[in-house]
Design a protein around this ligand. Sequence first.
Ligand SMILES: Nc1ncnc2c1ncn2[C@@H]1O[C@H](COP(=O)(O)OP(=O)(O)OP(=O)(O)O)[C@@H](O)[C@H]1O
Ligand code: NI
Length: 372
Amino acid sequence: MTGDDEPLLAVEGLRTTFRTEAGELVAVDGIDFTVGRGETVCLVGESGSGKTVAVESLTGLIDQPPGRIEGTIRLRGTDLTALSDKELRSYRGASIAYVFQNPQDALNHCYSVGWQLIEAIQVHEDVPEAEARARAIDLLDTVGIPDPTSRIDEYPHEFSSGEKQRVMIAMALVSEPDLLVADEPTTALDVTIQAGILQLLDDLKAEYGMGVLFVTHDLATVSRIADRVVVLYAGKVMERGSVLDVFERPAHPYTRRLLACLPGRASELDAIDGAGRGGIAGSLPDPTALPDGCRFASRCAYAEPACSTGDQPPEVDLGEGHHVSCIHYEPGDAPSVLPEPSESAAEAEQSRAEGRSAPDGEPTQQGVIEDE
Ligand SMILES: Nc1ncnc2c1ncn2[C@@H]1O[C@H](COP(=O)(O)OP(=O)(O)OP(=O)(O)O)[C@@H](O)[C@H]1O
Ligand code: NI
């Protein structure tokens, strides 16, 4: 079943929940996305939207229980959810590698960087020490550590934070993964160092022909590296598509608010949406008591009563793989058919603060009044 047209990674109906004292917590609630070979896909969304849980669900990094993972996850046609834990662990070694946010947590300070790399190489493949060492030096060179022949024997504290992240990327490359998952790999680094790491990931993607699944809450990073984007909100996909479609023709009100936070985009999108500048007022819904309807409705300037009933709207295809989950869209619609905002986000926030917002499911008349 490994067709050539099959994407490297195909995730369908991924749902990850946790048993908690407050009841069932729904972290990821039935999401679909794909990553192709040689493609960078960014998962983007506010803190708590389910990005990390989604990528950690791919290879069983989530303990079950208290976690519970449903859906299908196919890597090169193999359904990972059908593998046993043991099979999955070895499969991860072979084909999916992770780079996390804090390289200093992942490196052992008691051993030289070379020792740790050589061990990783020998765990992966039974090669003699000398060969593993040569390979480790090669890898350090590949990730841009200068003078790797002498640096290899240094300890983690002798590496800068950017270099440590490069070493972690070298570790991830040991298994020549098909898919590299990078969860906020530059968030802990200085801005000046971030760009170098992003460039490195881009170069490696081309060199190794890997897919890259990149988790970030930073849209500037997305615009820099992504081929395609998946916008997550409270465990649901609000919008996904090519970076061009999502950035130039954002359809979902949430995506538009996120983009309006980018320097240079605020005035343009505010002019369209009539919403206040800066961040998005309000906060994510409680994942143990998710609302009916669209997860974003309580913060959305375009929300209508129908937005707060039923399930999250099914994803509508606007063409070329540009999908949006919003009742204001029909298949094939242009991504700008939003009606006049029923109230500006600022007004919505204020009325909520004053306790004027309509109780669950009850219609609000404000939009009607505002129209001339
Ligand atoms: N092991 C766990 N047990 C219970 N709840 C969890 C667990 N891990 C994550 N969650 C919850 O799942 C939701 C999604 O968390 P997740 O870490 O995936 O968010 P995120 O989008 O990666 O956020 P951030 O940008 O802060 O990293 C949150 O409500 C979080 O509290
Ligand atoms: Ni996260």
